[in-house]
Design a protein around this ligand. Sequence first.
Ligand code: AMP
Ligand code: MG
Length: 412
Amino acid sequence: MRPLADAQREILAAMEQLPAISVPLGECLGLALADDVVASHAVPPFENSAMDGFAVRAADVASAPVTLAVLEDLPAGSVARSVITSGTTIKIMTGAPMPDGADAVVIVEDSESHEDDVVTLLEPALPGDHVRRAGGDIEEGAMVLPAGARLNPMHLGLLASVGVGSPVVVKRPTVAVFSTGDELAPIDAPALRPGTIHDSNRPMLIGALTELGVDVLDLGIVPDDVRLLRSVLGEAASNADAVVTSGGVSMGEYDLVKEALTEVGQVEFWKVAMQPAKPFAFGFLGCTPLFGLPGNPVSVMVAFEQFVRPALLRRMGATRLFRRRTTAVLSTPITSSPEKTVFVRVRAEPGSSGVKVIPFGRQGSNILSALAAADAFAVVPPGVGDVAAGATVEVEWFRSPEARTRQEVLGG
Ligand code: AMP
Ligand code: MG
């Protein structure tokens, strides 16, 4: 059995980054930049007004109230035709370029105007007041985002602000996914036949993959039949950049995914010293990596989080591969196996000092309701064993506690 850290290292080392291509900004969400982006121009590109008001020479309004001649109205998107000289002003809107000669803006609230071409300004201004300088947000030549940054909505806006319409990003992978098991019924089956259960892993994996920003190739449910498994594995490998399966990788007579993979590809390892998700197969179909996740839904998500997500992020060229970990105080004890890395489903409780977490619901690898109601995994490393209440544990957050709904059904 491989220690978890070794398995993760081995998988990551085997992940090749997909090719870099130029993609229109609107299709870049979740992709990682292949190159650093440097600002080819400043943002804002020119000095402009931060407020609706009057562009002035600060010296002119030092002894406000003063009455000035209004030379013109300057909306955003236009450039002033006139230059401000002593005794004159331009009515300026937010975002309009500062006219030559002006060094400050008096806000419209501090003005009184009874005629179109004359205004009385009631308050003085210092040079620079309500003026946004060129480059105040981003200087020309500055590093905007480094290679490896995964683009979120703010990043898309940031790239647009420096005029990057089609950044060079790492290609969006296609990931094939299928469930295995004769007992599985698709969600649109009219009714469950005796002995069958709904296939819950596939929608869950499709959701997790979609959240990661990959294109999903859904290959459905494959029965426990080596011949069929071989053929679907072949189809998956030729149409996808990675393959994710669930079920059929443990010791049972019908656990045939590993067997099929051995025939059409190669198994690098299976079994990792972790709980849940000990049976986990990693291998290749030609050059396409395959992640054979266990069947139990909680194991599926633990293995997805620990292996599949970081591996796909690496293929996608991201530099940040793992979720946020913090420490927290445990409010009830955990029984844990000292030979393995143990992932305990926990919920955050606001503590008097720092964050407290409470192991939540029944911890069986089939208890999906407890996972769905949890916020995080408490991660107990090998060699530790049981952990007492009040001890500090490492916690890996997969959702923010604020995202919980009040009515959420509680499992266990
Ligand atoms: P396996 O590893 O194939 O022996 O599956 C282990 C357990 O997970 C069994 O109880 C299966 O019925 C269950 N299981 C396997 N695949 C799924 C799935 N797609 N959705 C829900 N449960 C599953
Ligand atoms: Mg099975």
